[in-house]
Design a protein around this ligand. Structure first.
Ligand SMILES: NC(=O)C1=CN([C@@H]2O[C@H](COP(=O)(O)OP(=O)(O)OC[C@H]3O[C@@H](n4cnc5c(N)ncnc54)[C@H](OP(=O)(O)O)[C@@H]3O)[C@@H](O)[C@H]2O)C=CC1
Ligand SMILES: CC(C)CCC[C@@H](C)[C@H]1CC=C2C3=C(CC[C@@]21C)[C@@]1(C)CC[C@H](O)C[C@@H]1CC3
Length: 418
């Protein structure tokens, strides 16, 4: 059994108490949102319209459907990949290998769903099952996190994450103990981060669009926009799948309840909130307003993609002609930091673009309700917290060079504001 490691790592998320609260609060918030989205007043801050009984949550059919979905995505993960990428160097100097076939999984899923629908699969019935499906996903996330916790007890010390090994079982269960839990080539964290949740999210959106068409004759312009924008976001993430290998989730955080629940339940069932809201609260959207919203989404995407691609290109090859002219700061690690281009504007230009897109996803839902803006509010909090965590890690990694970067680029996410 591996000894607890990283017991001196600073505790995050409010320590064991914070972790215990989040263990309950996150699923409760998700169910609250699901219930409120389908209620008439759709009040984000009010009490839930009713408390669902066990019969509304528990459905063996929904559980089977959910497990079949996980099985399908796992099978697609195991198909031959166009590329196998190497991850960052680990503590023991080794590098793990990851299949790059997420976009292929999205395309094959679309093909299978298309075939299923033409053979009579009632996709429009899916929105009626969201509550029991979310319950099945939550249950799976709890059981899976328990499995991950026990699996980490058998892992060598070198396989443990820097945080998540405090010795407090609740905290460690929440944060995750093992960095890259795997069985052979199957990497659980990498699989969950991009496949079942993200692809599930756009499938739920599509089912909501289909049900709206069945109810009202055709999908609304607002529903088309939300579906289109979010499909672009998910397609982009899977097309640039390799970039996820350098995120803090993969290289720093353990795999525990936070990410398992986040990836498997939170993403598909709360990120589809705008489309859920639109099904029950149709919004009239004129072409001029729709054009403005498209422009906002395009601006956000331009910044998001430009910033992410610039950094990824630079990290892969600093002499690449697309980034070779950019100004940089040398660091003691041998790596450089960009101080011009997107990364000279603010220290997290990609977060800025992501937040602008989040606004564009809510605007088609009008301004009569706060509920569709939940994603924007939650995401702002998530990115501010994430930026602070990344800042701490960069300070540790780059020391004085990071201070110099902060002096040269004083704003974190929004120029002249934050
Ligand atoms: N929709 C959602 O729920 C979420 C979306 N996201 C999105 O995912 C994407 C990835 O985000 P995330 O993993 O948080 O972080 P980033 O992609 O912003 O990566 C941060 C890392 O970039 C490197 N870096 C920072 N500054 C510079 C610089 N000036 N020059 C070169 N490298 C630099 C550092 O790592 P190093 O030096 O080691 O390379 C740092 O640790 C973002 O676009 C974000 O918006 C993230 C979380 C949730
Ligand atoms: C449940 C908690 C409140 C927190 C859960 C956080 C997770 C939902 C997110 C942590 C990092 C994520 C990333 C993405 C999706 C959300 C989670 C899993 C992306 C895959 C989204 C698309 C981007 O292009 C890349 C992102 C990487 C990080």
């Amino acid at each position: 059994m591996a000894p607890p490691q990283g017991s001196r790592a600073p505790l995050e998320f409010g320590g064991p108490l914070g972790a215990a609260a989040l263990l309950l609060l996150l699923p409760a918030t998700m169910f609250h949102l699901l219930l409120v989205a389908r209620s008439g007043p759709a009040r984000l801050l009010g009490p839930p319209p009713y408390l669902p009984g066990p019969e509304a949550l528990w459905s063996p059919r929904a559980l089977l459907l959910w497990l079949a979905w996980l099985g399908l995505q796992a099978a697609l993960y195991l198909l031959p990949a166009r590329k196998v990428a190497e991850g960052q160097e680990l503590k023991d100097k080794s590098r793990l290998r990851y299949p790059i076939n997420g976009f292929q999984a999205l395309m094959l899923t679309a093909l299978l769903v298309g075939l299923g629908v033409s053979a009579g699969l009632p996709l429009g019935a899916l929105p009626e099952m969201l509550l029991p499906l979310a319950f099945a996903a939550t249950l799976t996330a709890f059981i899976f996190s328990l499995f991950l916790y026990v699996k980490a007890l058998l892992a060598p010390a070198s396989a443990l994450a820097p945080g998540g090994n405090s010795g407090n079982p609740i905290y460690d269960f929440f944060l995750g103990r093992e960095l890259n839990p795997r069985i052979c080539f199957f990497d659980f964290k990498y699989f969950c981060e991009l496949r079942p949740g993200l692809i599930g999210w756009v499938l739920i959106n599509l089912a909501l669009l289909v049900q709206e068409a069945e109810l009202r004759g055709s999908p609304s312009l607002a529903m088309w926009l939300v579906n289109g924008f979010q499909l672009l976001y998910v397609g982009d993430a899977l097309w640039h799948e390799e970039a996820v290998l350098t995120t803090m989730d993969i290289i720093h955080d353990g795999f525990g309840f936070m990410l398992a629940f986040g990836d498997l339940a939170w993403v598909p069932f709360t990120y589809s909130l705008q489309a859920q809201f639109l099904l029950y609260h149709p919004q009239a959207l004129g072409l001029p307003m729709a054009s403005v919203i498209c422009l906002i989404n395009a601006t956000g995407y331009y910044i998001f993609r430009g910033a992410n691609s610039q950094k990824n290109t630079f990290r892969k090859n600093p002499s690449d002609p697309r980034v070779a002219d950019l100004e940089t700061i040398a660091t003691a690690t041998g790596r450089q930091l960009l101080v011009s281009g997107w990364w000279g504007m603010v220290r997290h230009p990609n977060y800025l673009g992501d937040l602008i897109m989040a606004l564009a996803w809510s605007l088609p839902c009008g301004v009569s309700h706060l509920l569709p803006y939940f994603y924007l509010l939650y995401f702002t909090a998530l990115l501010v917290h994430r930026e602070a965590r990344d800042e701490r890690q960069c300070q540790q990694k780059y020391g004085l060079a990071w201070h110099e970067y902060c002096r040269r680029v004083p704003y974190r996410i929004v120029p002249y504001i934050y």
